[in-house]
Design a binder for this molecule. Structure first.
Ligand code: G3P
Length: 192
């Protein structure tokens, strides 16, 4: 059962909503425009706020739903919940349908943490919104949100495994944002 849920998490996470919706509704390949990322930030750049919001919601749901199912079916097994959540985010970052060239995992991690450590997800979302409002740089907001989620999880998570997952997801975000981090340091990062 846990391995089936981990597989389900991966397969759900690997659905590339940003690519599919921009192709179906706008006739463009989001991977060829803007930053080339398939996530909600670049979908907003390429296809507007409404579609960006839809992709944000769907990318978060594909993280939240498998982990919510795991919590329901495997109560008291935090390690299983964490593995399912991690599988969803890895599915988004390394989707089998896109030759393992996926997104940066922020919205999907948000969905996972909303279920496992809601305080951390909400604190991260607030920090993201504040940074976006001031500087209009999504990657900076995402990285600050990830760091905030780690700190909040350490204080509030109901299981050590959940706090550990926040740290692992932040480490993964640092990896997926390595190009963004380079541009931030050179002051050449794209604004939203
Ligand atoms: O969630 C991704 C965001 O942090 C950065 O996206 O398109 O600016 O590289 P982008």
């Amino acid at each position: 059962m846990p391995s089936a849920l981990v597989l389900l998490g991966y397969l759900a996470g690997s659905i590339p909503f940003g690519v599919l919706l921009t192709r179906w509704l706008r006739g463009v390949d989001v991977r060829q425009q803007g930053s080339g990322n398939i996530g909600a930030t670049n979908v907003t750049r390429v296809a507007g706020k409404k579609l960006g919001a839809v992709v944000l919601l769907l990318d978060a749901l594909k993280g939240a739903l498998p982990v919510a199912l795991a919590m329901r079916l495997l109560p008291g097994q935090p390690l299983a919940h964490v593995l399912v959540g991690l599988a969803s985010v890895l599915g988004h970052v390394y989707p089998v349908w896109l030759k393992l060239q996926g997104g940066k995992g922020v919205a999907t991690a948000l969905g996972v943490l909303l279920v496992l450590v809601p305080e951390a997800a909400l604190a991260g979302a607030l920090v993201y919104a504040a940074i976006l409002a001031v500087w209009r740089v999504s990657s900076l907001g995402s990285l600050a949100a990830g760091a905030t989620a780690v700190g909040t999880s350490a204080l509030t998570a109901r299981a050590t495994e959940y706090a550990g997952l926040s740290a692992v997801l932040f480490a993964l975000m640092l990896w997926t944002h390595r190009g963004n981090i380079g541009r931030l340091m050179r002051h050449t990062e794209r604004r939203f």
